[in-house]
Design a protein around this ligand. Structure first.
Ligand code: P5A
Length: 444
């Protein structure tokens, strides 16, 4: 892709309305454009990154056996009246009337809609467990939308729902998502810690928020530092392996402020291991048993001939919020350098030819290198503008391809100036560069 032909409207300075670095960068490089309060259009750069995040989220859902569906954004109020949440949800719900004066709403979440699908499709325990998910826009009329897409009114969420016969089976489903979330965030190169959390309007009594540390986060957390040394490596999808994983995490005190209890904190965590800080909630999982299935009569036949309401959980990931969360974690705003994790980077490599007015050889060389890189499935953006070197580097540092190749005075014969964005420059052959990038792409 040539920069001159791309739709990446970069601003010279940080927009003054943006208070946190993810919002600043997203507006600065034209990843998003505000349409109205808390509602955004996604421009090519931002959209490409979000789609890559979505793909990883999808792959990890499929790996635990969840099946993808797509439910509508607009829902009927009827099912919400059945569950009892139509009135409870209050002003955050955007209510709409159709031409027949029927009460509709723009879905803030889908527990009701999916329960309605389930009850009309499944009759027997033999079909369970069912893990269903979709990736769809949501609307919540947040009183204080802020920080760009971090707390939007319209936002993109992956929401999954599990249906089981017994509590025990349902915990197994819950633990599958627990593992899947740890794996998902790791692939996005984020350290997200599961923390015991409140259930709010979703309901139930078991819940974890997945939180990444960031000063600008809206969640206050109290945790034992040692939890950051844990990982999910080696965990299998078997019941006992998943239970061990949760026990491993739950041995360390880690809670959001609604669950905080100072006596417990001081009893469980030695002073040197206590960490009180802020974070961004990128995922949230809930177990709520038969809260919705009972209210909406979603029951299946059991082996003995009796019927029982199914046991349910729901599992959310903020796909659009993750774009901002990754920026909060990776953007060096002092030096104005963004380096996207390769797994979601908008381009793998920025090619920066130094172009003289009368000499187009650097651009030709860049085109040839691009053709080689394409053969190896390496995605490139070429700065073909005739701006000076430092403004070219500045722009590319903001766009954030993880690697840069500079074709300039110092490019010596077949050797090219190569660097990891923000890092030291090396002179390497194109073959060597391809080898380095390809190796990294495989491990991602
Ligand atoms: C779980 C899936 C739910 O809605 N129902 C279906 C449950 N949970 S949640 O915690 O309310 O939301 C899940 C994730 O969505 C992101 N999120 C948001 N992102 C941007 N702007 C918002 N206003 C917003 N609200 C929620 C968060 O990442 C959250 O963890």
């Amino acid at each position: 892709m040539l920069l001159s032909k791309s739709f990446i409207p970069i601003l010279k300075d940080n927009p003054s309305e943006a208070k946190i670095k993810s919002h600043q960068l997203m507006l600065r490089v034209g990843m998003i454009k505000q349409a109205s309060a808390g509602i955004y259009s996604w421009l090519p750069l931002g959209f490409k990154i979000m789609k890559k995040i979505e793909d990883i989220v999808r792959q990890e859902q499929n790996k635990i056996g969840a099946q993808e569906i797509l439910m509508p954004t607009i829902q009927s109020s009827e099912i919400w009246k059945e569950s009892g949440r139509y009135d409870d949800y209050g002003e955050e719900m955007l209510r709409i009337k159709d031409r027949q004066n029927r009460e509709m709403l723009y879905g803030p979440t889908n527990e009701e809609q999916v329960t309605e699908i389930f009850r009309s499709s499944f009759k027997s325990y033999k079909s369970l467990p069912q893990l269903l998910y979709h990736i769809q826009w949501k609307f919540r009329d947040e009183i204080r939308p802020r920080f760009g897409i971090m707390r939007g009114r319209e936002f993109y969420m992956k929401d999954a729902y599990s249906f089981d016969v017994t509590d025990e089976d349902a915990f197994y489903s819950y633990n599958k998502f627990f593992l899947s979330y740890l794996r998902t965030f790791k692939r996005l190169s984020l350290t997200a810690i599961p923390m015991a959390a409140d259930t709010g309007p979703i309901g139930g009594n078991l819940s974890h928020e997945f939180i990444i540390l960031a000063d600008t986060g809206e969640s206050k957390i109290f945790t034992d530092k040692r939890v950051f040394d844990l990982n999910s490596e080696g965990t299998k999808l078997e019941k006992s392996s998943l239970e061990q994983l949760r026990t491993k995490y739950e041995q360390y005190y880690s809670v959001t402020d609604e669950k905080f209890n100072n006596d417990e904190f001081e009893k469980m965590v030695t002073e040197e291991n206590r960490l009180i800080t802020k974070g961004i909630e990128v995922g949230h999982i809930f177990y709520f048993g038969d809260k919705y299935s009972k209210a909406m009569s979603a029951a299946v036949d059991l082996p003995g001939g009796k019927k029982d309401f199914v046991k349910m959980g729901s599992y959310g990931i903020g796909v659009s919020r993750l774009v901002g969360a990754i920026i909060e974690a990776k953007y060096d705003d002092k030096n104005e350098i963004m380096k996207w994790p390769l797994s979601v980077a908008p381009y793998d490599v920025a090619l920066i030819p130094m172009i003289n007015k009368n000499d187009t050889s650097a651009l030709e060389k860049a085109n040839n290198i691009n053709n080689e890189l394409i053969k190896h499935k390496i995605d490139v953006i070429i700065d073909d503008t005739d701006e000076n070197f430092s403004s070219k580097i500045k722009k590319m540092n903001l766009i954030g391809a993880p690697y840069q190749i500079i074709i300039g005075k110092k490019s010596d014969g077949d050797l090219l100036e190569f660097n990891e964005t923000g890092g030291d420059t090396q002179n390497l052959s194109l073959d060597k560069i391809i080898e380095i990038i390809t190796k990294q792409k495989v491990t991602n």
